[in-house]
Design a protein around this ligand. Structure first.
Ligand SMILES: Cc1ncc(COP(=O)(O)O)c(C=O)c1O
Length: 463
């Protein structure tokens, strides 16, 4: 993409997330429009959106039902802070979201994004324990490689080094355990490894003193870290451990929510009901910023008292419970449930996984992981050493863009999560682009590696 001088200068006045701008300006991507499974840039080039923007466009971009819901709500009311009152449409949304959540998760508070949801959930849990006779319970256990958002508490719970270290020290009371993938080389079976990783959570609770531990927060399928997909037993064990020690189990379903894993929430996919679910992203399919926490109904009782008791949830955001977001959120849920798009993601996911497994023939894929249409591929130098291959991912990020493909590359793995409306033919198109981009990246990396070795050799001979 060629940039004019104005845009080139403007890029010096802003940042894109988590990218070095000096590198970005060499390979800029400036988008202009989106429809269905595609984006178009300002030069009119089309890109297959293999990741729903960033795990957001669950129903594709510009879904007519969602735009219509937004339009209708815009004509009535676009803003009502959840302070003097609550928008009627937001109350409807509370009912709708509660109706598709597992168990008795019916207490809904909606926000403008995922970080607000995870942050609020952790505040909610701390206040809950203060008001239910356990004021010493304040610590949270989360996982290395996990990500729960960019705000202070959410970041403290996150375990992604590079996104955290510039801002240290973080908030106190946040402890970490490793996800099961971290230990997988040390066990003879994946199941055994998951058992060990789940048991480690209880070991930490016991060593910290259960009366100080408030919650365990994790992504059921961990994006950062490479679509980490534990066994159902891992979740069952965590559920039992948390119940045993009166610790709240919080599922951060900001990515996994709304059909991607084959059910409305990954909690349902894995057959485990947490105490709180945090969600966002796919809940609006990208039409409007949104986030929400859904807590056990009985937890909310602890916040219900006389005005002089001051037990109300001491938390709020100006744009929370936004009427436009509520209208769109309800339309997303209706579209998924009426068309069983979540269940459909199971079959599509199997098809997608089989196609991605086919990439193993290049000898640089360790594993294809995930559930439903949320899938990740781990890249290695070779399948004997299993050494990570970050150069390959870095090269693939560029070849993919050149080939008109947007996906998430980290760079030791890549992830895809196409919209639930994708057909097998769409997945074929996407996988062909993935394969082309991988092969070109491999050629580049291996070519460059040879070039470097040759250059080194000739320099050595000359010396
Ligand atoms: C699992 C998870 N939780 C929370 C967040 C934060 O959401 P947001 O960026 O909407 O604040 C993200 C964002 O990527 C996420 O992936």
């Amino acid at each position: 993409m060629k940039l004019d001088l104005r845009r080139e200068n403007l890029l010096k006045h802003t940042f894109v997330d988590f990218q070095q701008m000096s590198d970005f300006v060499q390979h800029p991507l400036i988008l202009e429009r989106a429809q269905g499974l595609y984006y178009w840039d300002i030069e009119g080039r089309r890109y297959f959106d293999a990741i729903g923007g960033i795990f957001v466009a669950t129903l594709g971009h510009g879904h007519p039902r969602l735009l219509e819901a937004m339009r209708r709500q815009m004509e009535k009311m676009t803003f009502a802070p959840p302070l003097h009152g609550i928008a009627g449409v937001t109350l409807d949304f509370v009912e709708k979201l509660g109706s598709v959540a597992p168990g008795n998760l019916r207490y809904v508070k909606s926000f403008s994004g995922g970080s607000e949801a995870t942050e609020a959930a952790m505040k909610f849990v701390r206040q809950y324990f203060k008001q239910t006779g356990h004021p010493g319970k304040y610590k949270f256990i989360s996982r290395y490689q996990g990500y729960h958002g960019g705000t202070a508490g959410a970041m403290s719970a996150s375990g992604t080094g590079a996104r955290k270290t510039p801002f240290e020290p973080h908030m106190g009371g946040y402890l970490k355990v490793f996800p099961p993938t971290y230990y997988r080389g040390r066990f003879s079976s994946w199941e055994e490894c998951n058992r060990f990783a789940a048991q480690a959570v209880e070991d930490v609770i016991l060593h910290e003193d259960p009366e100080t531990v408030a919650g365990v927060i994790l992504e059921p399928v961990g994006n950062t870290g490479g679509i980490i997909t534990p066994t159902p037993e891992y979740f069952r064990m965590l559920r039992e451990i948390c119940t045993r020690h009166n610790v709240m189990l919080i599922f951060d379903e900001v990515i996994t929510g709304f059909g991607k894993t084959g059910a409305m929430f990954a909690a349902q996919t894995f057959g485990v009901t947490p105490d709180i679910i945090c969600c966002g992203k796919g809940l609006s399919s990208g039409v409007v910023p949104i986030g929400a926490m859904i807590a056990r109904e009985d937890m909310a009782d602890a916040f219900w008292g006389r005005p002089e008791d001051q037990v109300q949830f001491a938390h709020g955001h100006t744009f929370a419970g936004n009427p436009l977001a509520s209208a769109v959120g309800m339309a997303v849920i209706d579209e998924i449930t009426e068309n069983a798009l979540d269940r459909q993601a199971n079959g599509l996911g199997e098809y997608l996984a089989a196609r991605l497994e086919g990439l193993k023939k290049y000898g640089v894929v360790r594993e294809v992981r995930g559930k439903g249409i949320l899938r990740g591929v781990e890249l290695v130098r070779d399948t004997d050493s299993l050494e990570p291959f970050p150069e390959l991912g870095t090269a693939m990020r560029r070849t993919a863009l050149r080939n008109g493909l947007i996906l998430r590359v980290d760079p030791t793995w890549f992830a895809v999560a196409p919209a639930l409306i994708a057909t097998e033919a769409d997945l074929d198109e996407m996988c062909a682009l993935i394969e082309k981009s991988l092969v070109e990246a491999l050629e580049q990396v291996r070519g460059e590696a040879c070039l470097t070795i040759d250059t080194c050799r000739s320099t050595a001979v000359e010396a």
